[in-house]
Design a protein around this ligand. Structure first.
Ligand code: FDA
Length: 308
């Protein structure tokens, strides 16, 4: 119930106005978002890279409502990729992109515009020696996002996809995506979805996650195991052994600020461990999804708000 309530609030303009009065430096925000500017995310990237962790960077923004906003997001990605290259970090860091942030939802032009914008980001990533992964948003966008991925992969086959284990369709999507050269990030899913399309019971979501993991680990692609759940991490390791996966033929991924010691432990043990690092001023929706996953953080959050 609390999770659903927080995810509904993620869409509220009034609550957003209230919450975004918090500075990004306040504890509850900076735990998950290292900053609003490129310099800050580059500094965080350097620190993560120092102990062998890989990085994927997301410029925060979703629900883009006009073409100027979409263009500003593309520019932010191009500037970021240039900064990573200038700092010698392109081998350590790739980028993650939400199609809604680069125009997918705009009436009439959205699909074409977001594909064209994604192409520009993929080209810049390729030119600087790194890759792009398309984030997955709510279920109404899944088909279109996978279609855009198929189009992008014609010119940029290194482009990665995200699938969400809570969706009933995802095991089939994993089968379709488990081909050679395909990079697939498997997460549990962070949006408020109806029971008609998604498992709502946590145990059912976990069972689906394991089924999807099996398909990806047994397949020919490159699985990216995006979870903080110790049981899922253990099962992923066991499946990699069972399917004779060579080291480096899959990786673990976690979000910035969550289970940092475990991230370091996996990297030190020689695993490929990638951290998803969001940055930018539009951190509200992202923060609300993180709170919904962990309502225990709510007291800390409310205290930060009240002290404003
Ligand atoms: P689960 O929620 O069961 O958490 C397991 C444990 O992790 C918890 O017990 C706790 O210890 C810790 N934990 C989890 N969330 C926490 C939090 N917010 N604060 C503190 N501790 C926390 N989703 C999506 O819908 N589309 C996407 O594109 C992506 N992309 C993505 C990329 C990467 C790299 C990751 C790691 C995750 C995503 N997600 C996502 C989010 C994902 O769907 C999911 O909501 C979170 O990863 C939490 O699920 P867990 O698998 O960690 O399990």
């Amino acid at each position: 119930m609390l999770r659903q309530g927080l995810l509904l609030l993620a869409k509220s303009r009034q609550v957003k106005e209230l919450v975004t009065r918090l500075p990004v430096s306040s504890g509850i925000v900076s735990r998950y978002v290292p900053g609003e500017r490129i310099a800050e995310v580059v500094a965080a990237t350097r620190t993560l890279a120092e102990d062998g962790r890989l990085i994927t960077i997301d410029f925060l923004g979703e629900d883009t409502t006009d073409e100027d906003q979409a263009e500003a997001t593309v520019t932010a990605y191009l500037d970021l990729l240039e900064a990573l290259s200038a700092e010698g970090l392109s081998r350590n860091a790739e980028v993650s992109v939400k199609l809604s942030a680069i125009g997918q939802a705009l009436p009439e032009v959205g699909v074409k515009l977001s594909l064209e914008n994604a192409r520009r980001i993929c080209r810049a990533a390729r030119n600087t020696g790194t890759t792009v992964t398309l984030d997955m948003e709510d279920h109404t966008t899944t088909d279109q996002t996978l279609e855009t991925l198929r189009e992008l992969r014609k010119d940029f086959p290194e482009t990665g996809a995200v699938v969400q284990a809570y969706l009933r369709r995802t095991e089939d999507d994993c089968r379709a995506l488990a081909f050679e050269g395909s990079r697939v990030r498997l997460c549990k899913g962070a949006y408020n979805e109806p029971e008609t399309v998604a498992f709502v019971d946590r145990h059912e979501v976990d069972k689906s996650y394991v089924r999807c993991l099996k398909v990806l680990m047994a397949g020919q692609g490159y699985p990216m195991v995006a979870t903080h759940d110790p049981r899922m991490i253990k099962i992923a390791g066991a499946l990699a052994t069972r399917f004779d996966r060579a080291p480096g033929s899959y990786e673990y991924q976690m979000l910035f600020g969550i289970r940092t010691e475990e991230q370091k432990r996996l990297a030190a043990a020689g695993e490929r461990m990638r951290v998803y690092v969001p940055f930018g001023a539009e951190w509200y929706g992202y923060l609300m999804r993180r709170l919904a996953e962990r309502p225990a953080n709510l007291t800390f959050f409310l205290r930060s708000l009240l002290s404003q």
